[in-house]
Design a protein around this ligand. Structure first.
Ligand code: NAP
Length: 262
């Protein structure tokens, strides 16, 4: 299995969960030290771990990741395009550079990874041919202060759906993952101090749901099933959803005004 964004959070937890059931893992991200730490945990479980430093923003680094994975392992069955980050800012306050950088990593990083992964999975004899994409529950909703981020997650979801249909005849599975707020480094990088109030699950719980989907492939994984139902209701009642999101935006505004005064 090849995992991007394996140096922390959901990617690292998935690597460990998959190693526990006997999978060898190629771990990639930008921070080598953190990757080596996760690799140590995989090896302690008796499985092989290969570390490849790779920035998903760079075409040649993503291509090299899959070349190194094949050279080291001889086959790739599952690819988890997970690398990504959040940005806590209103749409108007998000600069053009921030907007583009977010899409470069979350959306184009995923596309790069999938485009390199498919030929490698095709060339693996009797392989599982499974692509997993870490989208978000935010793929379904324009969450206030996470608008540009949610847009990248909706874009990932759109290509997951298209590829699921386009590659089905070759025996591929394409699964999008839709976590709600998860206790990882995500909120530190996103710049939201109040992150923990949005955290509803652990990375290990998300990893458990991903492992289930590798064993029994499905279109989407919602580690908190209630979130799936909530998003369904949000689609059916857009007026109610808009009212709830307006209140959330107002609460955030008040918090920000309060912290400016203090
Ligand atoms: N935590 C949540 O509440 C939540 C909810 C829904 C969806 N998600 C999604 O879950 C995925 C994993 O996030 P997480 O929650 O586990 O947060 P995390 O602990 O911050 O992990 C993010 C991972 O992505 C890697 N990454 C970031 N930019 C990269 C780049 N340009 N190239 C390669 N790797 C890069 C980071 O590694 P390096 O810094 O070492 O490169 C890290 O391993 C993301 O796609 C995120 O959008 C998270």
């Amino acid at each position: 299995m090849v995992i991007t964004g394996a140096s922390s959070g959901i990617g690292a937890a998935t690597a460990v969960a998959c190693a526990k059931v006997g999978m060898d893992i190629v771990l990639s991200a930008r921070r080598r030290e953190k990757l080596e730490d996760v690799a140590g945990q995989v090896r302690a479980l008796g499985r092989r771990a290969v570390v490849v430093v790779c920035d998903v923003d760079e075409d040649h680094e993503v291509a090299a990741l899959f070349e190194e994975a094949m050279a080291a392992m001889g086959r790739v069955d599952v690819v988890f395009a997970n690398a990504g980050y959040g940005l806590f800012a209103s749409v108007l306050d998000t600069t053009d550079a921030e907007h583009r950088a977010l899409f470069e990593t979350n959306y184009f990083g995923t596309v790069r990874c999938l485009q390199c992964a498919v030929p490698v999975l095709r060339s693996t004899p009797d392989g599982l041919k499974h692509l997993l994409i870490c989208s978000s529950a935010a793929s379904e909703l324009g969450v206030p202060m996470f608008g540009p981020y949610a847009a990248t997650k909706a874009a990932q979801d759109a290509i997951a759906g298209a590829m699921r249909a386009e590659l089905a005849h070759e025996g591929f599975w394409v699964t999008s993952i839709h976590p709600v707020g998860t206790a990882t480094e995500f909120f530190d990088h996103a710049g939201r101090a109040e992150g923990p109030s949005l955290v509803f699950q652990t990375a290990e719980q998300v990893a458990g749901a991903i492992l289930k989907a590798i064993r029994r492939p499905r279109a989407e994984v919602w580690p908190k099933p209630l979130a799936r139902w909530a998003m369904g209701l949000a689609t059916v009642w857009p007026g109610l959803t808009a009212w709830i999101l307006r209140r959330e935006a107002r609460n955030i505004r008040r918090q920000q005004e309060g912290s400016k005064k203090n």
